[in-house]
Design a protein around this ligand. Structure first.
Ligand code: AMP
Length: 423
């Protein structure tokens, strides 16, 4: 029986991990510069958490969740996104009363959605997210948007555009929903089945439909952006002003509503136009009501999430060459079993000096072991046999330079350090 990775999942191979480390390092750097702390939450949560926070009538909850019962009959789900868990954690642990205010948090990890796999769409994929919890101020919306923008710029993802919108607060959205419903009802039967249902439960979501007929029908619909209450309009104005001050270029797109239920006021997306249907690298928005809705205090928050696969795909498509990671520096070749102890000692000394090293098979021929140096792109080989043990002089080969020296064993580390990078 030959096993395969489950459909929609994949392995990250040694030759590809540098791509992940590259982008993860940038995320770590930028989040740390803005003083965000990393948090890690469980990969599964109570099913109900996602039903309530993401929203019952979203694609994620309706069609895409991996749900299961544990042995005690508890209904659980693999997390499809990260914000619900963060909000649960803040509410459960009363984190908003901690010393730092606002709370600045970030996370990265696998998420799970049962969707049709295609390029840039997987069933297990990685997201990172940045969440600022505890401030209602427009400047933190801009801060979050700027962090995502800077990460993409620093990573050199080409041709990203940033689109922003406001989806209002429950007050102005309720009034607007009536207007929108009236508009949608005029051609009710012409919309797809999903949209006909959305009209009842959450009409704003019709803007998320990918069906061309629905998209065409909704072109002249009234926009949330034109129906914001005074406070939401002022908030949006300040977010735009702050983004300008931060030199973050954006366009306003009144159709950005985001697929999840919990957004209030600001909503935004980072987009590209060269990955076909998967045109969003990430996005986010403000979610002022979510933590309270999950049993915490009324506490405003704003966040973003981005998919790592799509960032990597964008870079691959642009021909970006990811920085190489360090190869094995030193291959220690014991010539015969008698040299094994000295070889292991040498390896441990090298490790103490932060130099990567492994010991070769003492029973393999020198020729074979030297071939392995080429195969593994090793910089130096240290050969230790009976003569070397007696004289205390080890043979150090610079593999790339094809040169060889005899070095006093106590000097090997210095020798390697001073000849490092000399090819
Ligand atoms: P969302 O939580 O749906 O707003 O997704 C945020 C980002 O996560 C998207 O823009 C993608 O980059 C990424 N993403 C979402 N779903 C998937 C998926 N099934 N496969 C790969 N990446 C995804």
């Amino acid at each position: 029986m030959k096993y395969q990775a489950p459909r929609g999942t994949y392995d990250i191979l040694p030759e590809d991990i540098k791509k992940w480390h590259y982008i993860e390092n940038i995320i770590r750097k930028l989040t740390s510069l803005y003083n965000y702390s990393e948090v890690r939450t469980p990969i599964f949560e109570q099913l109900d958490l996602f039903q309530r926070s993401v929203g019952e009538d979203t694609d994620i909850v309706e069609k895409e969740m991996y749900t299961f019962e544990d042995k005690k009959g508890r209904n659980l789900a693999l997390r499809p996104e990260g914000t619900a868990s963060i909000a649960r954690m803040v509410a459960e642990r009363n984190l908003q009363s901690s010393k730092k205010e606002p709370l600045r948090l970030w996370y990265e990890g696998p998420m799970f959605r049962y969707s049709r796999p295609q390029k840039g769409r997987h069933r297990q994929f990685y997201q990172f997210g940045v969440e600022c919890i505890g401030s209602p101020k427009p400047i933190v919306d801009a801060e979050i948007i700027a962090i995502g923008w800077q990460i993409l710029q620093e990573a050199k993802v080409p041709d990203v555009s940033l689109e922003i919108n406001s989806v209002g607060c429950p007050d102005c959205r309720d009034k607007y929903n009536i207007l929108l419903k009236n508009f949608l009802y005029k051609d009710r039967d012409k919309y797809c089945e999903d949209c006909q249902r959305r009209m009842e439960q959450n009409p704003l979501r019709v803007f998320d439909c990918k069906n061309n007929i629905c998209r065409h029908l909704i072109v002249n619909a009234p926009r949330m952006l034109d129906n914001l209450c005074e406070e939401c309009a002022q908030h949006f104005k300040e977010v735009k002003k702050n983004l300008e001050m931060m030199n973050v270029p954006f366009t306003v797109n009144p159709e950005i509503v985001r697929g999840l239920d919990y957004y209030t006021k600001t909503a935004f997306e980072y987009k590209i136009n060269y990955l076909g249907a998967q045109d969003a690298l990430g996005g986010g928005g403000r979610y002022d009501g979510l933590i309270e809705y999950l049993g915490g205090k009324q506490i405003p928050a704003v966040g973003l999430s981005m998919g790592l696969e799509r960032i990597i795909l964008s870079l691959e498509k642009s021909g970006f060459s990811f920085p190489e990671e360090d190869n094995l520096e030193v291959f220690i070749i014991p010539i015969g079993a008698e040299a094994l102890q000295a070889s292991i000692d040498m390896m441990q000394e090298l490790h103490k000096a932060d130099i990567s090293a492994v010991v070769a098979d003492e029973n393999s021929s020198i020729g074979n072991n030297l071939k392995l140096c080429d195969k593994n792109n090793v910089s130096f080989a240290v050969l230790i046999g009976g003569n070397e043990l007696k004289s205390g002089l080890y043979v150090v080969k610079n593999i790339k330079k094809k040169s060889q020296s005899e070095v006093i064993k106590e000097e090997v580390i210095n020798f390697i350090k001073t000849n490092e990078g000399v090819a």
